[in-house]
Design a protein around this ligand. Structure first.
Ligand SMILES: *Cc1c(COP(=O)(O)O)cnc(C)c1O
Length: 450
């Protein structure tokens, strides 16, 4: 039988994270305060421990992974790389398709890779409690797990509409000992203002971030933890791409193109950035960030200075954005409904090192079902975006006869998203491309970044 699974020993878990800032063609700019000046690291000390702030600003290429974090990761890492023989056969494509499965973590996605590191550094700094937000519940579950592993209390502001629609993600967080409140809540000023304006506010990721940041800034025993976007989060995810490189060596192959879903950019950056160094050394590899056409940050947003949250409590970052008051339509890939994108991913996109593609909702579920019926794994709706784009590429190979090697980062499983699949099967889902006029409106008043 052909070997379709590439497994590594625990020893192969990377000992360092790879910091792409060291290999950027143009240097990163520090975040800016409301006065337009760069924020000092001290300004972040109210919500983050020092080690995290250092990583946020770091420019060295390799940053050691603390041993307790590596041991925690060993609970499920290295994650497997599969050759998708059955999917290739179903498509009748000459392309070779591989996927790395991050759904083997206890929380079911790549997000614990960063949650563990963040919980560890906070525990080392004597912090007792973490405040965070969650959209679909993936990040909240991951931080709940990590808080449990490192002995920290975890409080999660969960976007109200998800709180109602995803009760089992909430139970999962509670199982790992976290407390969960729907956002907007009465606990914070940002939440009270939003509820005063609209008592039925369904919430958004930007608003939940405002609540969690306000909570963390108001208590000395509490830090804030973010599940994506920031440099240190993307850094922690680079274990994915480093393992993948070792696995492609085992397979005697190398990708022509890498596809990962892109919400805030952390699993994309984690999978793709370790290949940026090869690209800089002259190797030809396409790095494709795939987003929903209903939240087209990289493909239709603007490279501008914008806040990370809707209330404007965070510093401003130079990133592709749809505007911080962007209200995402209720598509089912909850993890991809964020107005901005990682500053690292954004910069590399502006500099032409990475590519972006946007795909419609119905096509993503169709691709997810094709994948589940050939490879067995039911992908998260977010992951279905990368599968869609890879299948499109594989079908182009069928036309051209090219035998390209395609790599999908399968960021998570969809076991908590079956109501979305259910609605797809009942024909209740729609395509919704975000209207151009709305994008223009939301971007008014933002400063373009250079
Ligand atoms: C959160 C999430 C994403 C999107 O977040 P990124 O930071 O862009 O990686 C993608 N897939 C899954 C399964 C997620 O939980």
């Amino acid at each position: 039988m052909q070997r379709t699974k590439y497994l590594l020993d625990e020893d192969a878990i990377p000992t360092h994270w790879y910091n792409v800032a060291a290999d950027m063609p143009t240097p990163m700019e520090a975040p800016r305060g409301p006065d337009g000046n760069p924020v000092s690291p001290d300004a972040l000390a109210a919500i983050f421990p020092e080690a995290i702030i250092e990583q946020e600003m770091a420019t060295e290429r390799w940053i050691p992974i603390p041993e307790p974090v590596r041991q925690g990761l060993a609970l499920w890492r290295p994650s497997p790389l599969y050759r998708a023989h059955r999917l290739e056969a179903a498509l009748g494509t000459p392309a070779k398709i591989y996927y790395k499965y991050e759904g083997v973590s206890p929380a079911g996605s790549h997000k614990p890779n960063s949650a563990l590191a963040q919980a560890y550094y906070n525990q080392q700094a004597g912090i007792q409690r973490l405040a965070t937000e969650t959209g679909a519940g993936q990040w909240g579950s991951s931080l709940a797990l990590a808080g449990e592993m490192f002995g920290l209390e975890v409080d999660v502001y969960m976007v109200a509409i998800s709180y109602e629609q995803k009760p089992f993600r909430r139970s999962m967080m509670e199982t790992w000992g976290a407390s969960v409140v729907p956002s907007p809540s009465n606990r914070t000023q940002a939440g009270r203002d939003a509820l005063a304006a609209d008592p039925d506010n369904p919430g958004s990721l930007g608003l939940a971030i405002s609540e969690a940041v306000e909570d963390a800034a108001s208590r000395a025993d509490t830090s804030y933890a973010l599940g994506s976007v920031l440099n240190h989060v993307v850094l922690h995810q680079t274990v994915i791409g480093q393992e993948a490189k070792q696995q492609f060596e085992l397979a005697g192959d190398y990708p022509d193109a890498i596809f990962a879903p892109c919400g805030g950019g952390s699993n994309f950056g984690g999978a793709a950035f370790p290949f940026v160094a090869d690209k800089a050394a002259g190797r030809d590899v396409r790095l494709v960030a795939v987003e929903p056409d209903s939240c087209p940050t990289l493909t239709r947003g603007q490279y501008a200075w914008d806040y990370g949250d809707s209330a404007g409590l965070t510093p401003m970052m130079a990133m592709y954005t749809l505007g911080h008051d962007f209200m995402p339509p209720g598509i089912h890939a909850g993890g991809l409904r964020y107005h901005g994108d990682s500053p690292l991913v954004s910069r590399l996109h502006r500099d032409g090192i990475i590519e972006a593609a946007a795909v419609p909702q119905l096509g993503t579920f169709e691709a997810g079902v094709t994948f589940a019926r050939s490879e067995g794994i039911i992908p998260a709706p977010e992951s279905c975006h990368a599968i869609r784009a890879a299948i499109d590429e594989a079908e182009a190979c069928t036309q051209s006869g090219e035998e390209k090697t395609l790599f999908i980062n399968l960021s998570g499983h969809g076991h908590f998203d079956m109501t979305s699949y259910d609605r797809y099967f009942r024909g209740e889902l729609e395509d919704y491309a975000y209207p151009e006029a709305e994008i223009h409106r939301a971007l008014e008043g933002l400063d373009r970044a250079e």
